[in-house]
Design a protein around this ligand. Structure first.
Ligand SMILES: [Zn+2]
Length: 509
């Protein structure tokens, strides 16, 4: 189970009716929501705890969120150059060459932020930061953040300037402008940013706070939060019985006039109740629920499929192999072949037809289906790649070469957003697939190095190559190894003895 780090984020606005917000794009290499637009902010640093904050009317504030305010002010200065602090006269400093110089010193030479304020004779004032609530990253990623959000107005005579680094660009836009460009597929926007901007569409600056209460309330409750990873694509992280370090399987609700539920995987009653509550709310808001789609038959992908099909009287879709594997457990109404389309209606941006195309991708499971949306270039990858762990290839069903061929096919799609069953979304699908292939190659090289002329059992090889695993994980490691050995045998690089021991193939003389 991963740790939860504290973070602070800031909604900086200017103007009033409606105000414009500063939205920044995170660099693609960042592990968390790289390539997505979000509000400025970042993790708390040790120095934030020592920063004095002045309260209204003078004196030091002893408020509980001092540290988060200090972090928000520091991150905002580092990321945008905007300095929310005041001098003895009560004024914010104007943009200047000195401010830029000090910002560079912070970024390049790690000059403490408190030193910047001291040199300029400035103090952070509590009333410049309106607290609007906190959000915790849902458990679909191991690196989670508990983020406090603040609202602040851009000081007059200051400008925001993004320097390439962790952020690649920034823009001032109204909530409606960001959302319309998101709907048009022009940019990716982080799910909490989407939720916040939806609540602020057309809202004047003095009305911001009351409009945000509902958003933060929804995400803090027991129900599944509305996580929109793309327009009309909702991620439902469900606790499932899966393999560590993974704890959840992502179900997805995708579509506009026709909406499909992908992989309702949980078999746990409490988690099923949360899923049904979310689906009931979806239907109550007059959204359709057209069918259930299963990417493959593994238990952490199908746990609530029969339950949902019966409760909402909707058909189940999947591949013929999946149907066969689940005979007696789930009834299938529609079988999907390679190239079949699921009609989603029209795109959220307008009257263009929107659909998902089924792609048969065996290797992890026979009959595994991935789905590609050529309009937004979304790839629903199922278990073909994970953004938090490596995918199990367990013979006899799992076949490493077949898996690699399927991955190559997915890579060629030129998709823009990867939506895996395990882990968060990624704006760099090709890089995720390349990393996965490189990891397999590295494992294969280790296996080749371990094989020699003396035959050894799978379990001996596994003990050498995967040290310190629990017995349950060791069993999967042995299966992974077997998948690698089958591939090498097919290539004439490994041989099995009649006693089921493995050795290196003899080199032709
Ligand atoms: Zn699976």
């Amino acid at each position: 189970v991963g740790l939860i780090a504290r973070a602070a984020s800031i909604l900086l606005f200017r103007g009033s009716a409606p105000p414009e917000y500063l939205v920044v794009r995170r660099a693609e290499h960042l592990r968390f929501l790289g390539g997505f637009h979000a509000f400025p902010g970042g993790k708390l640093a040790p120095e934030d705890a020592r920063m004095p904050i002045r309260q209204a009317g003078g004196g030091h504030s002893e408020g509980g969120d001092n540290e988060s305010i200090a972090a928000a002010a520091r991150e905002l200065f580092e990321e945008t150059g905007v300095l929310l602090a005041r001098g003895e006269d009560g004024d914010n400093p104007p943009a200047s060459a000195k401010l830029e110089y000090l910002r560079r010193k912070v970024l390049v030479e790690n000059l403490p932020f408190s030193e910047v304020l001291a040199r300029l004779g400035l103090t952070i004032h509590r009333e410049d930061f309106q607290s609007i609530g906190a959000l915790v990253t849902p458990p679909f990623v191991p690196h989670r953040f508990d983020t406090k959000f603040f609202l602040a107005r851009l000081p007059e005579a200051q400008v925001a300037q993004i320097w390439p680094g962790e952020l690649v660009e920034g823009r001032w836009s109204t909530a409606a402008e960001v959302l319309s460009s998101w709907r048009a597929g022009e940019c990716l926007v982080s799910p909490p940013t989407v939720a916040i901007l939806e609540a602020l569409k057309g809202v004047a600056s003095e009305e911001i706070l009351p409009h945000l209460e509902r958003v933060f309330g929804l995400h803090a409750g027991q129900s599944l939060p509305p996580i929109y990873v793309a327009p009309q694509v909702r991620l439902l992280p469900l606790f499932t019985d899966t393999l560590p370090p993974t704890t959840h399987t992502n179900a997805y609700l995708v579509g506009n006039e026709h909406v499909y539920l992908f992989d309702p995987g949980t078999a746990l009653p409490k988690e099923q109740a949360s899923l049904l509550e979310a689906l009931d709310t979806h239907l109550a808001s007059r959204r359709p629920l057209t069918g259930i789609v299963l990417t493959h038959h593994h238990p952490d992908h199908i746990g609530a499929a029969a339950l949902c099909a019966e409760r909402y009287r909707i058909p189940v879709y999947g591949h013929a192999f999946t149907q066969k594997k689940l005979a007696g457990k789930v009834n299938f109404d529609n079988l999907l072949k390679d190239g079949d389309r699921l009609d989603l209606g029209t795109t959220p941006a307008g009257p263009t037809p929107w659909f998902l195309e089924a792609i048969v991708t065996p290797g992890h499971a026979d009959g595994h289906l991935a789905f590609f949306d050529p309009h937004y270039r979304l790839l629903l990858a199922g278990d073909m790649v994970s953004t938090i762990s490596s995918v199990v290839i367990a013979p006899p069903e799992g076949d490493l070469q077949v898996y690699l061929d399927s991955l190559a096919r997915l890579r060629a799609l030129n998709s823009k957003l990867l939506l895996p069953s395990h882990g968060g979304p990624s704006a760099t699908p090709e890089r995720v697939i390349d990393d996965c292939v490189a990891h397999r190659k590295q494992r294969e090289n280790q296996l080749l190095a371990a094989l020699d002329a003396t035959p050894r059992t799978i379990s001996e090889l596994a003990q050498e190559l995967y040290k310190g695993l629990t017995p349950k994980m060791m069993r999967f490691a042995e299966l992974q190894l077997l998948a690698g050995l089958y591939k090498l045998r097919r290539e004439g690089r490994a041989v099995a003895t009649p006693e089921n021991q493995w050795k290196m193939a003899e080199q032709p003389a």
